[in-house]
Design a binder for this molecule. Structure first.
Ligand SMILES: [Zn+2]
Length: 88
């Protein structure tokens, strides 16, 4: 009788312990994962496309040039020169 009650307590404790561990894992993983998936700075930065090499460059770091009267953005001076642009 005493052994049966001891085993019952053991099973309940294991169940409760597993439930707590699950709750703690869920609570600690969700806020830690969110900033890694969507950094606020990266989403706020406007990306412009370099049509020469087809890469997207942050507008603040892109090279701006005028090609045939149109303003365009490039990742590097090499791409800008390949597009036949004049530096502005
Ligand atoms: Zn490029």
């Amino acid at each position: 009788m005493g052994l049966l009650r001891f085993l019952l307590v053991l099973v309940v404790l294991r169940f409760v312990g597993r439930a707590i561990a699950y709750a703690v894992r869920r609570a600690s993983s969700s806020p830690a994962r969110r900033p890694a998936e969507a950094p606020p700075q990266a989403t706020a930065e406007v990306l412009v496309r370099d049509r020469v090499c087809n890469t997207f460059v942050p507008k603040s770091r892109a090279l701006r040039a005028v090609v045939a009267g149109h303003e365009e953005y490039f990742c590097s001076a090499a791409c800008r020169d390949r597009a036949g642009a004049r530096a502005s």
